[in-house]
Design a protein around this ligand. Structure first.
Ligand SMILES: Cc1ncc(C[n+]2csc(CCOP(=O)(O)OP(=O)(O)O)c2C)c(N)n1
Ligand SMILES: [Mg+2]
Length: 706
């Protein structure tokens, strides 16, 4: 297969529109190959030799023409599942596609981990794409920003051509996703070099576009968007698509901003093989649509215009059949994943953040500083060391980009954690995001995929939920789902937790478990300034996505202050700290409950009860060894956590202890946690809901008596 195309401007004579005869034949071959691979997959699925099928039928013309207009391995591609034609035109081979269909280890998209048609190809810059509709557009925005930054910045290694285009394609239904609008906002506002291709086949599964989109026409809604070049095109007509892509790619490459191409296509087959479109479409409608089928209609057009003869087209089809039959046979016989493959590549195989490499000795460093100050110091140190690091989030800048060097004092985050960083490192490296959480994380994933190191802030844990799709389904899964071909090492800093008095329901949430429940993520939560400094440095230098939870109640507490531990201080992940040694009862805890456990232990000491406190620091991975060693001595354990008691983070710790240390326990595993309610505003409510010193002391007394 490959790209045998001839480009315009090579002197070949136009035959159809601006297309030469060679181009026309190549386009026909690519479109026909795409359809034949779909048809072969359908046959394989019926024989149970593959397990899922979704076709690109009807989308071949616009996708092939987009692929031919763009440069594989130079431009960047965030695709969706109907982009077989695009991928073929970029150089993915039929054999590689069949490797995906059968789920072979050598499938270049996912090594048998994702459904077929979830494209990915490292060499061609086709970024691994997931199934959630629309997530790819924010990531494409991030890739485009990273391309621009990498091109202009000093000292950033990698290839960042000035005029690369980033393609983001999607279906009509997917334009209803909020993330799509968040992406369009940033793409237009920042004039990013993104080509958005909406392949409008009139349906999202069974929902027609009129029920989906105001006015039934997505491009109409963008007429007033600033900086956006807009085109509607018949996506079944290769000649029309050629002209549109020629214009929009030139526009984007010239740095004149993004373009949206709204292509009308058809969907002659059902949504997927799990759907039967005859249950919601009439025969007449399906029949009528077939008249626009790009493959026979383009063949007719070529013959009518004497660009090709029937015999020549028939010879092309025969060659495609031969190539596909051979590719199918090889792929069916290819090696499939063994069960041992399952746990591979959740995390970086090269950089282990729990290793000794991340275990350094703190320097002796002067007067005590707060957690806010030492997080800020770490960010400053790391940004000075590594020009790949960029920071963005809501209100994190000192001032707007324009006023960055002005005479205002500067904001630097609602908790001032990033204060002064924009002033020091410039507006290209520290900037505000829109008030949109998925926007922050989705773009950060794009930056990280492109080899930069975003350290982003979500203003409050309570508002992280719009970003959860990006965190769980994208950041955590990118490496695993691409079998280590793609990764997005980034850091998401998140102020979290209660005990603020007045924080109430939406400024006091915990819920660390909702982060630790994602294989592929690292989750840490320091309880003091020095640990925050060392753990954040590890988070930044490691090669995995990290959620860095900063308890906002601890931010400025005098008891949590520490001396600056130096610019290379690191604490490995998965290594707990014995906060206090004791013999009678072990308290396993983290975050704000470390201090509360300490206060309880001081009380209990007077009663002759000796408490050992383990500060986990790192919630995923967590330090089973230190916990086990302590419980083997004390025989009694309290797991204390700020989450709701039921299904909270500590529930897993308690279950692990019960499973693994049953013989060492002299009493049941005890849990101290928040009530299973939100956190109330009035102080007595908050006190009753969140775990207190007396709750820990009471549980310890009970265990001691046991
Ligand atoms: C976030 C999310 N919601 C729902 C789905 C299930 N789903 C898969 S494809 C699809 C329809 C997409 O329609 P459209 O964007 O028009 O693309 P088309 O399939 O028509 O090409 C839906 C609802 C999904 N994959 N992701
Ligand atoms: Mg659709």
């Amino acid at each position: 297969m490959g790209r045998t195309r001839t480009k315009n401007g090579t002197g070949t004579k136009p035959a159809l529109g601006k297309l030469s005869r060679e181009q026309c034949l190549d386009i026909y071959r690519l479109m026909y190959t795409s359809r034949m691979i779909d048809d072969t997959e359908i046959r394989l699925k019926r024989k149970n030799q593959i397990f899922f099928q979704i076709s690109s039928a009807g989308h071949e013309a616009v996708t092939v023409m987009a692929g031919l207009a763009l440069r594989p391995g130079y431009d960047w591609f965030h695709t969706y599942y109907r982009d077989r034609g695009l991928c073929l035109a970029l150089g993915v081979t039929p054999y590689e596609m069949f490797l995906s269909s059968v789920g072979a280890v050598d499938d270049p998209a996912s090594g048998g981990r994702q459904m077929p048609s979830h494209w990915g190809h490292r060499r061609l810059n086709i970024v691994s794409v997931s199934s959630p509709t629309g997530t790819q557009v924010l990531q494409a925005a991030g890739i485009a920003e990273a391309c621009r930054y990498g091109h202009a910045a000093d000292g950033v290694e990698g290839d960042f051509p000035r005029d690369a285009v980033v393609l983001a394609s999607l279906g009509d239904g997917t334009t209803s996703e909020g993330e799509f609008w968040e992406a369009m906002n940033t793409i237009c506002n920042n004039r990013l070099p993104v080509l958005i291709l909406v392949e409008d086949n009139g349906y999202a599964i069974s929902t027609p576009v009129k029920e989906q989109t105001a006015g039934g026409d997505i491009s109409m809604l963008f007429r007033s968007y600033p900086n956006l070049l807009l085109h509607k095109v018949d996506g079944c007509d290769p000649v029309a698509c050629h002209d549109v892509f020629e214009e929009v790619t030139a526009h984007i490459r010239a740095g004149r901003g993004p373009a949206l191409v709204h292509a009308s296509v058809i969907r002659p087959y059902s949504h997927s093989m799990s759907d039967d479109h005859r249950s919601y479409r009439t025969e007449e409608e399906i029949e009528a649509e077939l008249k626009r089928d790009p493959i026979p209609s383009f063949a007719r057009r070529m013959v009518d215009a004497s660009v090709a003869t029937e015999e020549e087209l028939s010879a092309i089809r025969a060659a495609v059949h031969t190539e596909i039959a051979e590719a199918e046979e090889r792929a069916v016989a290819a090696v499939k994943p063994a069960p041992e493959d399952a746990p591979l590549y959740l995390y970086s195989p090269d950089v282990d953040p729990s290793s000794d490499r991340f275990d350094t000795v703190p320097e002796d460093g002067g007067s005590p500083l707060s957690m806010v100050e030492l997080i800020n110091r770490c960010l400053r140190d790391e940004m000075s060391r590594d020009p790949r690091i960029v920071l963005f989030g809501q209100d994190v800048a000192d001032a707007s980009r324009e006023r960055a060097k002005g005479d205002v004092k500067g904001k630097g985050g609602v908790f001032k954690v990033t204060a002064g960083l924009q002033r020091e490192f410039g507006k290209e490296r520290v900037f505000n995001s829109p008030l949109a959480e998925a926007n922050i994380v989705g773009r950060a994933i794009g930056w990280a995929t492109r080899g930069l190191k975003p350290v982003v802030e979500i203003q409050f844990f309570d508002y992280i939920w719009p970003a959860y799709m990006q965190i769980r389904c994208e950041a955590a899964m990118l490496r695993w789902r691409s079998r280590n071909m793609w990764s997005c090492p980034l850091v998401i800093r998140v102020p979290i937790g209660g005990y603020l008095q007045g924080g109430a329901i939406y400024h006091s949430q915990s819920g660390a478990v909702l982060m630790t429940h994602n294989p592929g993520l690292r989750v840490v939560m320091p309880s003091n300034a020095r640990d925050a400094n060392g753990l954040l440095r590890t988070a930044i230098r490691c090669d995995d996505p990290v959620v860095f939870l900063e308890h906002k109640h601890i931010y400025r507490q005098p008891y949590a202050k520490s001396a600056y531990p130096g610019p290379d201080y690191m604490i490995p992940f998965g290594k707990a700290r014995i906060h206090r040694e004791g013999d009678d009862v072990t308290v396993v805890t983290y975050g704000a409950l470390v201090r509360r456990s300490e206060m309880a232990a001081r009380k209990l000491e007077k009663e002759g009860i000796s408490i050992e406190i383990i500060d986990l620091r790192s919630l995923s991975p967590w330090d089973t060894d230190t916990v086990a060693q302590s419980i083997r001595r004390t025989g009694k354990v309290i797991v204390a956590y700020e989450d709701c008691r039921s299904f909270g983070y500590g529930a897993e710790i308690a279950a692990w202890i019960a499973d693994n240390l049953f013989e060492d326990l002299d009493a049941p595993v005890s849990r101290v946690a928040a009530l299973d309610t939100p956190v109330g505003y009035f102080p007595t409510l908050e006190d009753a809901i969140l775990p207190q010193i007396d709750d820990i002391a009471g549980a310890a007394r009970e265990l001691h008596r046991f």
